[in-house]
Design a protein around this ligand. Structure first.
Ligand code: MV4
Length: 452
């Protein structure tokens, strides 16, 4: 079993992991930047080691410093959380070489799933539905244009090393293709130092549905149902829920089986997420697999009753899953709203600074995952997410009512937040009837009028 864990992250996820460790009797080591000296994760861990200046590249992204802190503290494992080094195959490989347990899949699995075209081809071979597209790397716009005609317009050009929207462009007509391809490729070369591209048919107005899976090192794989993450802006999710209003028991079984098949084909171990696009006609397609614990994991925890961080730590320790698929039951409905330090009326511009007054909601069926406190200073260097407000109730309608009540109670003074914006989404008629897709925020006037 893991005895001492270093948490290579900050904020609410670091706190979340520290709490799971305390319950399990695992010692914790926090790492922190100079900007996070007064942060909650630094204070809650058994030990804390400063790893450098505020900017992430000099601290939370600095592999040498994090490995040094691990070895100096005598930790036997690293939990990477999300973001930062969580999906960095080189970092996982260094952990393997240093005999430090990386809480996640092997570096090889991370590398293969990080290459979106290799991942895509793996899924084709395994019989998981994928969007019609190219099976080989495209470097040349002319060749791409010929492939695009075969696939059928509209198409989307994607970087092999992309994901999360980087190095991606759509073309609705052949005339648009060359410019879309070259722009996406330039972006990819810049961001990933690699111009390998692939092309898919562009699926219009789908839902973003992702399945949580758990896979142990003995070869057992289960899925924990889906999350609907369709409410997003510029690839940043804003609201996630479980289950999806669009998924019947039958469809859940079909997509869940595909998710398990995908995890097996990838030789996956630990907690993972299979992203699908879901069309109105119930056709679904594999998009990519995420190899980290995700921000929105609490909605799955609430409808399944599992603690996903504890499951990750048990799997990383070599323990088998203590349940199988038939033990998993989806109960009630959970919704998560991300509360960000940003101003929706100023194009969501980040709003760091000191929190001068704070009240967070509570009560039955309400969970707040956060590392903020009264007087906390939000540093300018990191992601703007301040807190996750998660609610659970018997039905979707009751969960929406509970979320609106909870959002209405939130007081965060001194900085701008998206709380009112979230409140307004939850009041929208299409949101309330579950009539949502990834274009929701582009097609609804939220935050532009008087509000609801
Ligand atoms: C797509 C797509 C439509 N058709 N692929 C966005 C990020 C990356 N995971 C892939 N993405 C998409 N791939 C095909 N063939 C639409 C998106 C997409 C998207 C997907 C999920 C959630 C939000 C999105 C926003 C814009 C585009």
């Amino acid at each position: 079993m893991i005895r001492k864990l270093l948490i290579a992250n900050r904020g609410e996820i670091a706190v979340r992991i520290i709490r799971a460790c305390r319950e399990m009797g695992i010692e914790t080591v926090a790492v922190y930047s100079e900007a996070d000296r007064e942060s909650l994760h630094t204070q809650l861990a058994d030990e804390a080691i400063c790893i450098g200046p505020g900017p992430s590249v000099q601290s939370y992204l600095n592999m040498e410093r994090i490995i040094s802190a691990t070895l100096v503290s005598g930790a036997d494992a690293i939990h990477p959380g999300f973001g930062f080094l969580s999906e960095n195959a080189r970092f996982a490989e260094i952990c393997e070489k240093c005999n430090v347990t990386f809480v996640g899949p092997s570096s090889e699995v991370i590398r293969n799933l990080g290459h979106k075209q290799i991942a895509r081809n793996t899924m084709v071979a395994a019989g998981v539905p994928v969007i019609p597209g190219t099976d080989k790397a495209i470097y040349d716009a002319g060749e791409g244009a010929r492939e695009a005609r075969q696939i059928g317009y509209p198409v989307i050009v994607k970087a092999a090393l992309g994901g999360g929207g980087k190095g991606m462009r759509t073309a609705y007509t052949p005339e648009e293709f060359e410019s879309a391809f070259l722009t996406a490729q330039k972006e990819a070369e810049h961001a990933f130092a690699d111009g390998t591209m692939y092309i898919e048919h562009f699926v219009e107005n789908p839902r973003h549905i992702e399945f949580q899976i758990l896979a142990d090192s003995q070869g057992h794989v289960v899925h924990l149902g889906e999350r609907d993450c369709s409410i997003q802006r510029n690839h940043q999710k804003m609201i996630e829920e479980a289950p999806s209003a669009a998924i019947s028991k039958e469809l859940r079984k079909k997509m869940g089986d595909a998710a398990v098949k995908a995890a097996r084909a990838a030789h996956y171990v630990n907690a993972g997420t299979i992203e699908f696009l879901l069309e109105k006609n119930e056709n679904f397609y594999f998009m990519e697999m995420n190899t980290r614990i995700q921000v929105e994991h609490p909605v799955t925890e609430w409808v399944t009753g599992l603690d996903l961080i504890k499951e990750q730590l048990k799997i990383a320790s070599g323990l088998p899953l203590s349940f199988n698929q038939k033990d998993i039951r989806i109960q009630g409905h959970a919704i998560e709203c991300r509360i960000n330090a940003e101003n929706p009326t100023k194009n969501f511009r980040p709003s760091p600074g000191k929190i001068t007054q704070l009240h967070l909601p509570g009560g039955q069926g309400i969970r707040v995952d956060t590392a903020i406190y009264d007087g906390y200073v939000v540093p300018p260097y990191y992601d703007s997410m301040l807190a996750k407000l998660i609610v659970h109730a018997d039905t979707r309608q009751e969960a929406i009512a509970k979320m609106r009540s909870a959002l209405g109670e939130v007081v965060i003074e001194g900085i701008d937040t998206n709380v009112d914006f979230q409140f307004e989404i939850l009041g929208d008629q299409d949101y309330r009837t579950g009539n949502i897709n990834i274009e929701f925020l582009n097609t609804h006037e939220i935050g532009k009028g008087e509000g609801v």
